[in-house]
Design a protein around this ligand. Structure first.
Ligand code: ATP
Ligand code: MG
Ligand code: FE
Length: 348
């Protein structure tokens, strides 16, 4: 099926077009530069930017894919979770196109899309799928018997998301926003063993699959503060590398453990933090050692984009799953367990 996907949950206006599991177009317009001076995403600024970028980005994707809107078999859109006003822009646009073109509409979960996107690069995901989802707002280990409808959380962060920790540590180090890419870059020049930062929830009696990054974030801030108080220079590269090492260590350790415990022979890593070079390298080595096949999309498909939404939409069409109603609501706190959104009438 030929499906167009629209993503507007945060600060990326993404429009992707896929045919089955083949990527035809991935157009992204980001308002990140407009948020940088505030040190974080400003919801109203994001909504306005989506409004301005929406139609041009849809047109650009159609042009790149070389298809007509009338050829589409369906339109998929992120229904949640995300910023309410930002989501509404995408959902409204998707409804308008679906209605005008007479095409079925699929409201899908942003988090499930972060997983499904890997199919565009590495083919059908085995089911059940074991996924480590690490993004700006979420960090979970998920076991999905059916990636279009049945996603079960094994564990999740009890405080900060992994991406949030990257962004906050970057701020402490004065590296700007978003912090993940900056930390990744600086860490290349640093020693990952320079500072022993804590590995949250890895004690013998701690929950096996839950994460905690708030203590790590505080430990980094205290360490940096201590150096500054003593009038010493802060070794930014060493701090970045040591912090990144702690995050990658905990994430990969728990993910591999989950695969072993559940007899799953592959691991998918998705979400913006999956773009991190150290996490990818460590996951590769630990998976190899454990006889687990690692699947990670290329960095550009890990961060928010429209192709991931189209990928999940196409999978739903291919499996004959129900379309959403045209009164589809946006849900800013849509739980990870709800992969698609039927429409108001079918909701409790
Ligand atoms: P969610 O998917 O939970 O709704 P989001 O959509 O805002 O949140 P994503 O776009 O999936 O988040 O990911 C953005 C996050 O990924 C940011 O926190 C960013 O710092 C982080 N990130 C991006 N690139 C890297 C990198 N190379 N290393 C570490 N973190 C990164
Ligand atoms: Mg973003
Ligand atoms: Fe995301």
């Amino acid at each position: 099926p030929l499906v167009l996907g629209i993503e507007t949950s945060c600060d990326e206006t993404g429009v992707g077009i896929v045919r089955g599991r083949t990527l035809l177009a991935d157009a992204v317009a980001s308002s990140v530069d407009e948020h940088a001076r505030y040190g974080g995403v400003v919801p109203e600024v994001a909504s306005r930017a989506h409004l301005e970028a929406m139609v041009p980005t849809i047109r650009r994707a159609l042009r790149t894919a070389g298809v007509q809107a009338s050829d589409l078999d369906g339109i998929a859109v992120t229904a949640g979770p995300g910023l309410a006003g930002a989501l509404l822009v995408g959902v409204s646009a998707a409804k308008a196109y679906a209605y005008a073109l007479g095409k079925p509409l699929y409201g899908v979960n942003h988090l499930a899309s972060h997983i499904c996107v890997d199919q565009l690069e590495h083919g059908a995901l085995p089911e059940p799928t074991m996924a480590l989802l690490v993004s700006g707002g979420h960090s979970s280990l998920l076991l999905a018997p059916d990636i279009t409808g049945d996603v079960r959380p094994l564990g999740a962060t009890i405080d900060d998301a992994a991406g949030e920790a990257f962004d906050k540590v970057a701020r402490v180090l004065g590296l700007g926003f978003p912090g993940g890419p900056a930390i990744d870059r600086h860490a290349r020049e640093g020693d990952p063993a320079a500072i022993a930062f804590p590995r949250g929830l890895t004690g013998g009696r701690d929950p096996l699959y839950d994460f905690s990054f708030s203590g790590l974030k505080t430990a980094v801030a205290r360490w940096v503060e201590g150096r500054r108080k003593e009038g010493l220079e802060v070794p930014v590269a060493d701090v970045a590398a040591s912090f990144q090492e702690a995050v990658a260590d905990v994430l990969t350790r728990k993910a591999v453990r989950a695969c072993k415990d559940h007899g799953v022979d592959h691991l998918m890593i998705g979400g913006g933090v999956a773009a991190n070079s150290r996490l990818r390298a460590m996951a590769q080595r630990r998976c190899e050692d454990a006889g687990i096949r690692l699947r990670v999309p290329r960095p550009g498909l890990c961060t928010d984009n429209g192709a991931m939404v189209a990928a999940l939409g196409a999978e739903m069409v291919a499996r004959g799953r129900a379309a959403s109603d045209l009164d589809l609501p946006a849900d800013s706190s849509l739980p990870v367990t709800q992969v698609s959104m039927p429409g108001r009438a079918d909701r409790d």
